[in-house]
Design a protein around this ligand. Structure first.
Ligand code: IYR
Length: 229
């Protein structure tokens, strides 16, 4: 039977959706291959200055914005920065906050937990990477002058950032999740409206050669999954 071109539910149009399907064997092979490929992704802190075309950044951001979101509000704005002066300004402000964080805000336990990752308050990647993308969550929207809160904003932007990270890996580029805290300085420097809050800073580019990453291992399936069959 041929599906109708569209149907109406609650006065809203719904269009046919066709998901490409595979045989069970193909599904097993594809899901395993996708896992293997994403498992090869690593957070990288050392960037080369090699350029990345703006079209790539456009496509990465459009990919992130395909994420599901609360009531499909897409409560996010991605600021992509390649301007060297602006990157420098952001790096200086981020390092100031990080210096304070590493010296006074982090517990000894926290610093011990971070030791294997070799992080510190220096963030050269903010200037070295050709692009930094800053994901802002949009807490509310204005309709005329009335504020309307968005829904599941943290969940929505978290998923979008996950998809962005996967898209960066797919493009043969690297990133890391940088969370200067507090991040209000980004609202000021980038002149963002009051309904936006910085969520995550992601440098995007090519790794410096050679690049080393910590010898980390991911939890096994037994440690992360419980099946009820
Ligand atoms: N916010 C800092 C420190 C930091 C915190 C955690 I938890 C990390 O996994 C890594 C770093 C930063 O972004 O560098």
């Amino acid at each position: 039977m041929k599906a109708k071109d569209s149907i109406i539910i609650n006065e809203y149009k719904h269009v046919p959706y066709i998901q490409e399907a595979f045989t069970p064997e193909e599904t097993i092979a594809k899901s395993e291959a996708f896992y293997q490929w994403l498992d090869s992704r690593r957070s990288v802190r050392d960037f080369s200055s090699q350029e990345v075309p703006k079209e790539v950044i456009d496509a990465l951001i459009k990919t992130a914005s395909t994420a599901p979101s609360g009531a499909h509000k897409q409560p996010w704005t991605f600021c992509a920065i390649s301007n060297p002066d602006l990157k420098k300004e952001i790096r200086i402000a981020a390092e100031q906050e990080e210096e304070e964080t590493y010296t006074n805000r982090m517990s000894e336990r926290w610093k011990k937990d971070l030791a294997p990752l070799a992080t510190d308050s220096h963030k050269p990647f903010i200037e070295d990477a050709p692009w930094i993308i800053i994901a802002f969550k949009r807490v509310y929207e204005y309709e005329d002058t009335i504020k309307h809160n968005n829904y599941y904003v943290n969940e929505s932007i978290g998923i979008a950032c996950g998809m962005l990270i996967s898209a960066i890996h797919n493009a043969g580029l690297v990133t890391l999740t940088h969370t200067p805290s507090p991040m209000n300085f980004l609202t000021k420097i980038l002149n963002r409206p009051s309904n936006e809050r910085a969520f995550l800073l992601l440098p995007v580019g090519h790794p410096k050669q050679p690049t080393y990453v910590p010898d980390l291992h991911r939890k096994s399936l037994d440690e992360i999954a419980v099946y009820y069959e």
